[in-house]
Design a protein around this ligand. Structure first.
Ligand code: ATP
Ligand code: MG
Length: 221
């Protein structure tokens, strides 16, 4: 089991108005699984993914990620886990504009104080694997949307994580590029055994996963 979440509730309060978004979500991911989360806009998919990855805290409930209850971790240990054991690909592209593609991809390793001599070959291998090996010296703005998305996935993959969370990795891509990214994710999952938890609006893309769950009325079905 790489992830187990139990009884996850999340409320947002805005002055006196309290909006319950997650109403007791139970969710588990086995080693090497590829799970797609679908559901209407505003149903709480991103909110759940942030909580599962420790980016946001639940109002109630527990998340056990890679054997650790996130409640028991301080910010430093969580940041270390994020650099070494799991990755997150955001809904909206978040490459750093003034860093090259190579610098973006290797950023988690630099932040982890690893030496370039130790990771250069690995970063190049991951970029080649994702078909963006020839873009490494460019800046994000010089890449197509699909290439940017693959660079974000390369950055998520370079640390050799056990699980990657992806919030609509194909949301901003056209049909063909979206399909290519999905094929890549499926290959990553199969060949490298990395567990994937991916939000998508596309039924066709959800079907690349080994399991599909739906967010509805604050619960996951
Ligand atoms: N920080 C916040 N403060 C207040 N309300 C929030 C906050 N974040 C999310 N919400 C509300 O929680 C609900 C769920 O938002 P969330 O972003 O999780 O939806 P989603 O399922 O990811 O939607 P989409 O498919 O459009 O990305 C929405 O009604 C949103 O307005
Ligand atoms: Mg969302």
């Amino acid at each position: 089991m790489v992830l187990e979440a139990k009884g996850i509730k999340k409320e947002f309060s805005n002055g006196e108005v309290v909006t319950p978004v997650l109403k007791g979500v139970d969710f588990a991911v086995q080693d090497g699984e590829f799970v797609a989360i679908v559901g209407e806009s505003g149903s709480g998919k991103s909110t759940l993914l942030y909580i599962l990855a420790g980016i946001d805290k639940p109002t109630e409930g527990d998340v056990v990620l890679l054997g650790k209850n996130l409640k028991d971790l301080d910010d430093k240990s969580l940041a270390q886990m994020r650099r070494e054991d799991f990755s997150f690909v955001y809904q909206f592209d978040n490459l750093v504009a003034n860093l090259t593609v190579y610098e973006n991809i290797t950023l988690p390793l630099v932040l982890d104080k690893q030496k370039e001599s130790a990771f250069k070959a690995r970063a190049e291998e991951v970029a080649n694997y994702l078909g963006i090996g020839d873009t490494l010296k460019k800046f994000p703005s010089q890449l197509s949307g699909g290439e940017q998305q693959r660079a974000a996935i390369a950055r998520a993959l370079v640390t050799n994580p056990k699980i990657i969370f992806l919030d609509e990795p194909t949301g901003s891509l056209d049909k063909e590029r979206g399909r290519q990214v999905m094929e890549l994710l499926k290959t990553i999952n199969k060949e490298k055994g990395v567990a994937l938890v991916m939000i998508t609006h596309s039924q066709a893309h959800a079907e690349y996963a080994t399991r599909i769950v739906k967010m509805e009325d604050g619960l996951l079905n």
